[in-house]
Ligand binder design. Sequence first.
Ligand code: NAD
Length: 482
Amino acid sequence: MTMQFKNLIGGEAVSASTYSANLNPSNTGDVIGEFAAGTKADVDQAVAAAKAAFPAWSRSTPQERYEVLKKASDEVLARKDELGRILSREEGKTLPEGIGEATRAGQILAFFAGEALRLNGEAVPSIRPGVGIEVTREPVGVIGMITPWNFPIAIPAWKLAPALAYGNTVVIKPADLVPHSAWALVDILQRAGLPKGVLNLVMGRGSVVGQAIIEHRDVAAISFTGSVGTGRAIAAACVAATPMKKVQLEMGGKNPLVVLDDADLKTAVECAANGAYFSTGQRCTASSRLIVTEGIHDRFVAALTERLQGLVVDDALKAGTHIGPVVDAKQLETDENYIAIGRTEGAKLHWGGERLNRENPGFYLQPALFTECTNQMRISREEIFGPVASVIRVKDYEEALAVANDTDFGLSAGICTSSLKYSTHFRRNSEAGMVMVNLPTAGVDYHVPFGGRKGSSYGPREQGAYAREFYTTVKTAYTFAG
Ligand code: NAD
């Protein structure tokens, strides 16, 4: 029998009138469960519950918030293998990647448990005699969260943990392709001792549930991760709303990995293979532009091709799989369309790009490597969000830097070089929020800020202590004591 998963509102599992099937992209015959398709009425109920819970939760002690988050962290870490399997089964990243992401979620919860205790303020002398000034941080209110499908447990965790640590209440809508991981996380947090209504989960479509969250008057702030198009519309709606909403957007990328002549070839190939293709290339930080100087170009392409030939594309849950399937039929079609566009534009499909058949019906695509690309081609400018990368040949470091920065995005940028001079210059002059030297563009720590520039991010950074910029609001209080 297929399991039914209800929305979690006001501490209760609330039935929906319709449910939608969650399918395993490695095996479309495998129905993971039926998940509630929420409505505007569900959002209204969830926001009302979050609003009612806010006064008490916002005044709870840091110790109470620490204990809930720490307990949730302990459970996530104890169940990381099971949660990783849930994640890989619905999203299609390999089981080690799924377990790694579940572990990350547990670490994030532990970090923010500690952050609850570290929130501080300032006492500042006034320019006026007898006046004292106190600068404090307060929770924002009811936060609406809208998350994408590619990190089904880490992204909900890195939004929920700081929101709850700083005393906010939440309504979260996970991506409709991957609701199971978020459902499991919310269930864990609720059982860890959150008072009823502090955290509410409404699953369903972006145009219905997401829209209702954004339009709700009692939602004070929206934290969104997803595509640029959706993000832009959400920011506009938050600004147009009365009262206006605080908003934070994390969006797409077209991340460059620069490989210079003096790079260690093995390191450069590993960075490219990992950054461009692991997690099926479905990472906002994926290195989809490989910008390579002339002297190493041919050796790099040959070595990367050999590395790609050794990668096993198969069922995400199978031991030995390096690359799982694409997330769904629509994304597979998008990837294939871009591969066709690349060829039409005059790039050379150097390796891969074929649809693959495996034991079970799934969305399997051989990683694709384009060479002879220019930075003006659509495959070098638009986010594909699949296992597809373009090699752009450049003359020298100066041209590489110019090409790396010539993009509408600015999330992560990498360079492989043994030169201190070039790596230092690149760190200072890259127009990206995160810079990696001799490391893949993807793969970040959880205790430091995460985010980008230009079309990749809008609003305060996520993660680390910087998360408090979004999840708290500053109050400046003046007192004249006579
Ligand atoms: P998406 O924009 O299609 O959807 C994101 C979320 O928004 C989903 O939950 C969706 O249901 C919801 N949504 C869609 N339409 C909506 C609407 N009208 N109103 C409210 N909500 C709506 O993105 P996706 O396909 O789920 O995710 C892939 C994108 O996410 C890529 O562009 C990727 O780069 C980006 N991403 C960015 C980061 C980052 O931190 N920068 C991290 C992961 C993914």
